[in-house]
Design a protein around this ligand. Structure first.
Ligand code: ADP
Ligand code: MG
Length: 233
């Protein structure tokens, strides 16, 4: 069953064709990998899916909704969250506070009012954050400040902040970049568990080909904004 249907996507930045007629489907429950050299359009594709960039042409259909006309805060509520290639964490906040930022993406006006008057609402959010952090093995660091934490831990915080949004589809931009071999194996296991245990469809950009070959159901190769090849590992 199709989860995400991308059709004839075109995204130009002045003269640069970052995405040039891209079409593919991601099926529900799949781990779908995007690979390709730097500058081939992978992060731009993520930016189009989560509403940061508005493509000049094409459609991105998710559960019958065309995401092209949706805003980032709406898209996360439809069930799509993401991580960033350049970490978007806040160094002077604790790990727990960083993860809680993701929970705010789903707050309604009613929730916001509840948070003012009810400690329970805040406790509920914190428990949810700790659950996600426990899943990733970083719950014991909840009160540590992010600055000074190893890069590998900061990458996990980035993933935790995306998971607390309760996505049905997660976009992960180079989760293993900058990791050593052991950490890369660990990330591979986490990506598989996100799909197998949490039941989330995964669209991942990655350069580590042994990781990509070991976890993917489908692989799409981009080059200069075009699809070069697509298929099973
Ligand atoms: P990748 O993630 O595959 O390394 P990107 O999607 O970041 O590639 O970039 C694809 C191309 O689009 C590059 O040539 C890049 O310079 C250009 N690009 C990406 N974002 C912007 C932007 N906001 N403004 C101008 N050019 C951009
Ligand atoms: Mg990129």
């Amino acid at each position: 069953m199709t989860d995400l249907d991308i059709k004839h996507l075109q995204m130009h930045f002045s003269g640069v064709r970052a995405l040039d007629d891209i079409s593919f489907n991601v099926n529900k429950g799949e781990i779908f990998s995007l690979v390709g050299p730097n500058g081939s359009g992978k992060s731009t594709l993520f930016n189009c899916i989560n509403g940061f960039c508005k493509p000049q042409n094409g459609n991105i259909i998710y559960n019958d909704i065309d995401l092209i006309n949706s805003k980032p805060h709406q898209i996360v509520r439809y069930g799509i969250s993401r991580t960033f290639q350049n970490l978007q964490n806040v160094p002077y906040m604790t790990l727990l506070q960083n993860v809680l930022i993701g929970a705010h993406s789903r707050l309604t006006i009613g929730d916001t009012i509840n948070r003012w008057f009810s400690k329970n609402e805040r406790i509920r959010e914190e428990n949810l954050a700790l659950e996600v952090m426990d899943f990733l093995g970083i719950a014991n660091l909840e009160n540590k400040y992010l600055s000074g934490q190893p890069y590998g831990i900061q990458k996990l915080v980035e993933i935790a902040r995306a998971l607390i949004c309760k996505p049905k589809l997660i976009l992960m931009d180079e989760p293993a970049a900058g990791m050593n071999n052991q950490e890369t194996l660990e990330i591979g296991k986490i990506i598989s568990e996100i799909r197998d245990i949490l039941g989330i469809t995964v669209l991942v950009v990655e350069h580590d080909m042994s990781l990509v070959m070991s976890i993917s159901d489908q692989i799409c190769v981009l080059d200069s904004g075009k699809i070069l090849a697509m298929g099973k590992p």
